[in-house]
Ligand binder design. Structure first.
Ligand SMILES: O=C(O)[C@H](O)COP(=O)(O)O
Ligand SMILES: [Mn+2]
Ligand SMILES: [Mn+2]
Length: 546
């Protein structure tokens, strides 16, 4: 059980944690959709309430280095668990560096499974060095190892990124990788890219938002259906010509063929590795491969393959059963400990971020802890620059209703706007996204005050705070040849705000500025606001009690 907090007895009402996804604190207002947005509520909060910044990238959230931006998985894991674990990106890199991955049963079964069949290993995954869902160096190491272990054929199904890396950078990955594959394809070894497409167009849906996307991916990778090209470089060039202005993440599917025949359909007896380490966008395609009674779309045929995930994507569902590297063993999460305390908890977001405040928050578990209520607001299936307000109003409605019910001592929500619209690279839409969140806060905060509660308003990482690529040398926004700014779709390395909205303590409560504090300090801060000492495993609270 959690102990009482000696310095403060706890607020009379609930504690509400509000995550403004993709809302960082930028170094310059140039290119910041947040600075450009009209946001009277947030401006007032920053002027009147205690606020500090928290680290939300790099080692502060378990990434391999401080060059790595933050992301929703590591951010919500850190907020929910109150601790920092070495995350998938680091765990896979280490397992490759020390060779442990090749000794593991899963890798041995992949190689043995392929050799017992047609001798084909397929690698499907996000084809970039974004290090959010995957890293291309991990793929490279597996191709080299497969060759060394005598696997004759490798087929790669490359999901083009442009979302965690610059928006039209696909050829920077495809061209050198096809050259590398040509170089290693000798002595009876044949490795080629066989299919692919934009990651937001095929395969990498999440949270059941858009199964037709996954079906399209299945038809591309498994059945070999789609426009045919001679190699992936030609495919990217050809698709760009046919779809002018389309950025990589939205490019349609492609299939590599010889004489009209796809070179890499997935057949009985093949081995398949889904090489993303992050789970949210890996779960649906994994289900299509491993579930016997799968009913989300017609698979046409269901090849019997040896399937492995880079990590296990869902510990509760054991999905998939075979995985190359063990995921971080996240335990003692705040959700679990507040539940053991008998506190009722409410979690809400729209589909696109629903798993963030449930599954990621609870340490990548899909099951609820006792006393948790989860509410999902269905997201629209549209390009979000067309609807930058997304479901901010409906999330505010649900939160206000939950507050009014008086049932919950802890509430949490995620507003997806700054991030989902930030990822489109559309500056104007991103300012509206921030404005929509501001409007929702203007309604939500009075309900928190009326319930005698307080709010911690924060973010999981930056995105809308930097909508232009920065020049690597000057760190100023980079320009195209015509002088326009280069749109940026990825997350940022900026810290995030932590604001304490408190109308109940009479000014007793503040936040301690601490240059090393990160997102993992929020769990302990929440416990202290409720009048509990932090769990010993959690990082320190930043609550200041006068
Ligand atoms: O999956 C995505 O949309 C991006 O790669 C990362 O965004 P998120 O970490 O905010 O989900
Ligand atoms: Mn996020
Ligand atoms: Mn994002």
């Amino acid at each position: 059980m959690l102990q009482k907090f000696s310095a403060f007895a706890g607020v009379p009402g609930p504690v509400v944690v509000i995550v403004m996804d993709g809302y960082g604190v930028p170094k310059t207002d140039v290119g910041s959709a947040i600075a450009a947005a009209r946001k009277p509520t947030l401006d007032r909060l920053f002027a009147e309430c205690p606020s500090i910044t928290l680290r939300a990238h790099g080692t502060a959230v378990g990434m391999p280095s401080d060059e790595d931006m933050g992301n929703s998985e590591v951010g919500h894991n850190a907020i929910g668990a109150g601790q920092v674990y070495a995350q998938g990106a680091a765990l896979v890199a280490n397992a490759i560096a020390d060779g442990a991955i090749w000794q593991g049963q899963a890798w041995r079964e992949i190689v043995a499974g392929a050799k017992a069949g047609r001798g084909v290993v397929h690698f499907i995954g996000l084809f970039s060095d974004g290090n959010v869902h995957s890293h291309i160096d991990h793929l490279k190491a597996m191709v080299v190892q497969a060759r060394a272990e005598g696997v004759p054929t490798v087929r790669i199904h490359a999901l083009l990124d442009g979302r965690d890396v610059p928006e039209t950078s696909a050829l920077e990955y495809v061209v050198p990788f096809e050259a590398f594959l040509a170089e290693v394809s000798s002595g009876g070894f044949d490795a080629r890219i066989a299919s692919g497409g934009g990651r937001q167009y095929i395969t990498m849906d999440r949270y059941d938002a858009n199964w037709p996307m996954v079906e399209k991916g299945w038809r591309t990778h498994v059945l070999g259906e789609g426009p045919q090209f001679g190699n992936a470089t030609e495919a990217v060039n050809g698709l760009r010509e046919r779809n002018p202005g389309t950025i990589d993440q939205d490019l349609p599917e492609f299939v590599i063929a010889e004489g009209g025949k796809p070179i890499g359909t997935i057949e009985d007896g093949d081995a398949v590795v889904f090489f993303n380490f992050r789970g949210d966008r890996a779960i649906e395609i994994t289900r299509a491969f491993v579930e016997a009674d799968f009913d989300k779309f017609d698979r046409v045929r269901h090849p019997q393959v040896t399937y492995a995930g880079m990590l296990q994507y869902d510990g509760d569902l054991q999905l998939p059963k075979r995985f190359l590297v063990a995921p971080p063993a996240i335990k003692d999460t705040s959700g679990e400990w507040f539940s053991r305390q008998g506190l009722a908890q409410f979690a809400c977001s729209e589909t696109q971020k629903f798993g963030h405040v449930t599954y990621f928050w609870n340490g990548n578990r899909s099951g609820k802890f006792e006393g948790e209520t989860w509410q999902e607001v269905p997201s629209d299936v549209v390009p979000f620059e067309q609807r930058p307000w997304m479901k901010a109003a409906e999330i505010a409605d649900a939160m206000i209703a939950a507050l009014k019910s008086g049932q919950y001592k802890l509430l949490r929500c995620n507003f997806a706007n700054g991030d989902m619209v930030g990822h489109t690279g559309n500056f104007r839409a991103a300012t509206m996204a921030v404005e929509a969140v501001d409007l929702a806060l203007a309604r939500l905060l009075p309900a928190i005050e009326a319930a005698g509660g307080v709010a911690l308003i924060t973010a999981d990482h930056g995105n809308a705070d930097e909508m232009f690529e920065l020049d690597k040398k000057t760190k100023q926004p980079a320009t195209n040849k015509d002088g326009s700014f280069k749109a940026k779709t990825a997350h940022t390395l900026n810290p995030v705000p932590l604001i304490l909205f408190d109308k109940v303590s009479g000014g007793r409560l503040g936040l301690k500025a601490d240059s090393v504090a990160g997102l993992s300090s929020i769990a302990a801060t929440t416990a202290n606001l409720l009048g509990y000492a932090k769990h010993p495993a959690w990082d320190d609270s930043v609550l200041d009690v006068k």
